[in-house]
Design a protein around this ligand. Structure first.
Ligand code: OSB
Ligand code: MG
Length: 371
């Protein structure tokens, strides 16, 4: 049956994180993003969240490019084409190059709406089976090693099952050595966000002594060739993040031996449908995956929880509890991490209610599109 869309609403929100998050590419604290609400003729409401940042320093997309794409092209495509299943959306968008985060934001709202219409949890609709998922944490670059050790200690006390540390040139091997000396048995990984080149190979080889779970995206943000060369020289598994925009990219990276692990970010690959395909391909080829994060508010976080219930998400992801980021989140209840795990909600769709008061508190713009 065709999904009878009535309207799409774009809520633009501004939220301030309770801490500044620093990576090799910059520091972020203000979140400016869209909650996409898809309403059907029966009054069901599905929600998606856009993950592009105001500045294109992670991928090329921005908040404004997301807005233009959704308004000018993606919502009209949804209006003009009958959609029976959320898997129909990405192929329709496929006529447009790139802009994966804009596509994923709209598709996410359709997935939630579809699951609610069918009375299924989003996790179940995606083929997921886990009832709880492991939570890891991503810690930004800290002013001093003392601050960092304190942060790690705090998150371990909260039960987080693995610690990801951001690295950049001048803030890498020595820092990781000190962390390893303090926490000899903790599952630790490092994320470089493309800060190195093959000229740094001697430095990157030193990571092999630190028993890291993996090194995430050490080299250029579109590269799979140099990563394959590097993986041959180091024992530490490489995990690709920025370089993987599609199933095609995942296939080529695996074929070349560019990585042993893949970070799936729903926004980066254009949505949940493509995420499932990458998950399935990796599973069939013995490549473990985990779900990355984009400092999401509750709706995006709920989508990440749902996709993480698929069986080959075997490594803890970056999906942490709401309170790690926000004084007040936009969903009820908030995402809670207990003993290092998140209980997958059981209500239909994303399984969390929208906190309408919070939505209004943080909203700076609202646009409605009749379908
Ligand atoms: O590389 O995984 C990344 C945040 C913003 C941009 C890129 C990345 C990250 C994170 C944070 O590591 C993950 C999170 O807590 O949402
Ligand atoms: Mg990363």
């Amino acid at each position: 049956m065709v999904i009878p869309f009535k309207k799409i609403i774009l809520h633009r929100l501004n939220m301030r994180m309770i801490f500044p998050f620093s990576t090799s590419f910059g520091t972020m604290q203000e979140k400016d993003f869209f909650i996409i609400e898809a309403v059907d003729m029966d009054g069901n409401r599905g929600f998606g969240e856009s993950v592009a940042f105001p500045i294109p320093w992670y991928t090329e997309e921005t908040v404004k490019s997301n807005k233009d794409m959704m308004e000018d092209l993606l919502i009209p495509i949804l209006r003009e084409n009958p959609i029976e299943h959320p898997n129909d959306v990405f192929p329709l968008f496929g006529r447009l190059r790139g802009n994966n985060m804009a596509k994923a934001a709209i598709e996410g709202a359709v997935w939630d709406l579809y699951a609610k219409r069918e009375g299924l949890t989003l996790a179940k609709a995606l083929g997921g089976e886990k009832t709880e998922i492991d939570a890891g944490i991503s810690i930004g670059i800290q002013p001093t090693i003392g601050d960092l050790l304190e942060e790690i200690e705090g998150f371990l006390e909260q039960g987080y099952k693995r610690i990801k540390l951001k690295i950049k040139p001048g803030h890498d091997v020595d820092m990781l050595r000190q962390v390893r000396a303090t926490f000899p048995d903790t599952p630790i990984m490092a994320d470089a966000n493309s800060a190195y080149t093959l000229h740094d190979i001697e430095l990157l080889k030193q990571l092999d002594d630190l028993d890291l779970m993996m090194i995430e995206q050490p080299l250029q943000h579109h590269d799979i060739i140099d990563h394959a060369k590097l993986q041959k020289e180091i024992k530490t598994p490489i995990c690709l993040d920025e370089s993987i925009h599609s199933l095609y990219d995942a296939q080529k990276a695996i074929e070349l031996g560019s990585c042993k692990i893949i970070n799936i970010k729903v926004g980066r690959v254009g949505g949940l449908s493509e995420s499932v395909k990458i998950h399935d391909y990796c599973k069939a080829n013995g490549i473990p995956v985990w779900c990355g994060g984009m400092l999401e508010a509750g709706v995006g976080r709920a989508h990440n929880i749902a996709i993480t219930t698929l069986s080959n998400f075997v490594l803890p992801g970056d999906t942490a509890g709401s309170s790690r980021y926000w004084e007040r989140d936009i969903i009820k209840p908030e995402v809670i991490v207990e003993n290092g795990a998140i209980n997958v909600p059981t209500a239909p769709g994303i399984g969390y209610e929208i906190d309408e008061e919070a939505l209004e508190e943080f909203r700076i713009e609202k646009q409605e599109f009749d379908m």
